[in-house]
Design a protein around this ligand. Structure first.
Ligand SMILES: [Zn+2]
Length: 615
């Protein structure tokens, strides 16, 4: 039986050119060798398995080679190269500081440094995991590092640069090794597989590369593991079974159910995943990755980032085109949020289920009509009388609250409501057609009618101007209200008859409720005399300044009256006092202005004495 050599060793790069994913570092080292500017000490830092030790060995071999190639690579033929390749060179010393970190170990090394090389020109000392050296060992080493013999080169390697003391750092040339890109690892696995005569699927290599987190060594050992499990056919199925990775098919299905708002199947498939022994967090992270891939495919320029064979790529593209970018972005946020909070949740399964429900909520965004459907269905039990009432009750009011531009919009909305209710009764097609025609005529009527209404002008020439902006605000509010109620149930018409006295009492209690919240507003409102007019219009004379300041409070006043008088057909009609009408002054500022208007001397006095008035 052949001696099995693990791929990580068998395919360990022997030249700078073969090093994967660290081009800038190898190029810098080669340049330094070429220009004879090589430092005496190096610090190679970076994650595990990315090629630090490999590069250190290649460097040692290259600087000792007797016939460097023009590309500054070792010749692999000279005596030195051969001894390096056989691991028999005396010019390379490796010390694993993780297990040899005492002062004695370092002293031993320092003694060796004194002896010049017998063959070749340099002695290279590689100290792996140098951050594990004890403080005393560091100190013992420092002296040698400060004044090394010319033939000695030190290469310190560490995964944790921050643990290296500054005195060491300042004496080293530092090289930061990067994680190796998934594509680079995948390609290299392809090369190794080819050399070994093993068939691999691109998805299989890709998933191994992804799992290795940028470390070639891990990727190669995973590869060996799968080869020993599945023989000379490394398929995607083999890999996910062996590494216990969730199949992308699941993510396609889950995303499909989310888009369909199919909560039942979504929860069932998630249950299946859990029963197969997968972890909830693993699932949500994988789902996030899936969403990312779909997002990447949204832009033709990033499609090339996607490494998959033709049919799978097609599948991704198809699902990607079914999602909006907004949906994908929000889905990424949701999955990320639930991933972050996963550890803190006490019911992990429920936690992920809530995440899935959240994601289902998103699917409504690109298609709001779709999301509305079930809600409208809920309003079926609403009794048919509602259909009648709004027509009766709202028409007179439409006549009352006139000068709004938005009136027609409101009318449309009412029509819509009626239409929806009618539709609920599931009438046959012809009747629906009828409704449509009705709608059209109704709309036309509404559009035509406002200018012809006499009340509009009557109100304008009445006891005061109508404050348009407030009315618009109010009607916007009522529009908003009706929109809100549009979602669940059409607003019911509540008409409770009340008299002037009841109105005054309720007005008073509103004033009291505002004493603490906004004394000035409560004060102002207290001084208005609400007058009950026909059709529940409440008229009151106002001072424009205060009203404009407290628009929101005015809406709350209306709500208060509606609720407490049990009548939602009440409308407010604030009117300005006529010019001739004496204006009441409430604030100090107003009082002062009034005074100075009557007696201009007051202003003069204030200016001449250079007075400042605090209001
Ligand atoms: Zn050589």
């Amino acid at each position: 039986m052949d001696n099995f050599i693990v791929s990580a060793r068998k395919y360990r790069p022997a030249t700078f050119h073969q090093v994967v994913g660290q081009k800038s570092i190898t190029a810098t080292l080669q340049n330094a060798i070429k220009n004879n500017h090589l430092a005496q000490a190096f610090l190679f830092t970076g994650p595990r398995g990315v090629g630090k030790t490999t590069c250190a060995r290649i460097l040692a071999k290259t600087i000792n080679c007797e016939n460097l190639t023009p590309e500054i690579e070792p010749c692999d033929k000279c005596e030195s190269c051969i001894s390096f390749n056989n691991n028999a060179s005396f010019n390379i010393h490796e010390l694993d500081a993780a297990s040899n970190n005492s002062v004695d170990d370092i002293r031993h090394l320092v003694e060796q440094v004194r002896i010049p090389p017998q063959v070749g020109s340099y002695k290279v000392y590689i100290i792996d995991e140098v951050h594990m050296l004890s403080q005393a060992a560091f100190n013992a080493f420092l002296k040698t590092l400060e004044e090394p013999p010319s033939y000695a080169k030190f290469i310190l390697a560490t995964t944790e640069k921050h643990k290296i003391i500054p005195t060491i750092l300042s004496r080293c040339q530092i090289f930061d090794f990067k994680r190796i890109m998934v594509e680079d690892i995948s390609d290299y696995l392809g090369y190794v597989a080819e050399s070994e005569g093993i068939d691999t699927e691109i998805e299989a290599r890709h998933i191994i590369a992804q799992k290795s987190d940028g470390a070639m060594r891990d990727a190669l050992s995973t590869f060996d593991q799968i080869v020993s499990y599945s023989g000379n056919q490394v398929t995607y199925k083999n890999v996910i079974e062996n590494l216990n990775i969730l199949d992308y098919e699941y993510y396609f299905k889950v995303t499909g159910f989310i888009l369909e708002n199919n909560i039942a199947d979504l929860l069932l498939i998630f249950n299946e995943i859990i029963e197969n022994g997968f972890d909830g967090q693993q699932f949500i992270v994988g789902l996030a990755e899936h969403m990312r891939t779909l997002l990447v495919l949204k832009n033709p320029s990033t499609i090339k980032l996607m490494h998959a064979s033709g049919s799978l790529k097609e599948k991704y593209l198809e699902q990607s085109s079914a999602c909006s970018v907004d949906f994908l972005l929000e889905a990424l946020q949701v999955t990320n949020k639930y991933d972050l909070n996963y550890k803190g949740s006490s019911n992990k399964k429920l936690h992920i289920e809530i995440a899935l429900l959240d994601l289902c909520g998103l699917s409504g965004i690109p298609n709001p009509e779709h999301a509305h459907q079930p809600i409208i269905k809920q309003s079926i039990p609403a009794p048919p009388k509602i259909e009648e009432k709004p027509k009766e009750a709202t028409t007179p009011i439409a006549k009352k609250t006139e000068p709004m531009v938005t009136k027609t919009e409101e009318a449309k909305l009412e029509v819509k409501e009626v239409k929806e209710i009618k539709a609920e009764e599931s009438k046959p097609e012809e009747i629906k057609e009828e409704i449509k025609n009705e709608e059209k005529t109704e709309q036309k009527k509404e559009i035509k009618s406002p200018p012809s209404k006499p009340q509009v002008t009557a109100r304008d020439t009445g006891n005061g101007r109508t404050i348009k902006n407030i009315s618009i605000k109010q009607s916007l509010q009522s529009l908003r209200d009706s929109k809100d109620s549009d979602g669940d149930q059409p607003e019911e018409v509540i008409v409770n008859v009340f008299d002037q006295q009841k109105l005054s009492e309720t007005w008073k209690s509103f004033v009291e409720s505002y004493v603490n919240k906004s004394p000035s507003f409560s004060n102002a409102i207290a001084k208005y005399d609400p007058v009950l007019k026909e059709n529940y219009v409440v008229e009151y004379k106002v001072d424009s300044q205060i009203i404009s300041k407290d628009l929101l409070s005015v809406t709350s006043l209306l709500e208060f009256l509606k609720t407490n008088l049990n009548n939602n057909q009440i409308t407010l009609n604030p009117v300005f006092p006529e010019k001739s009408e004496q204006k009441k002054s409430y604030t100090d500022r107003e009082k002062f202005d009034e005074l100075s208007e009557k007696h201009p001397g007051v202003l003069k006095l204030k200016d001449q004495l250079n007075l400042e008035i605090e209001f």
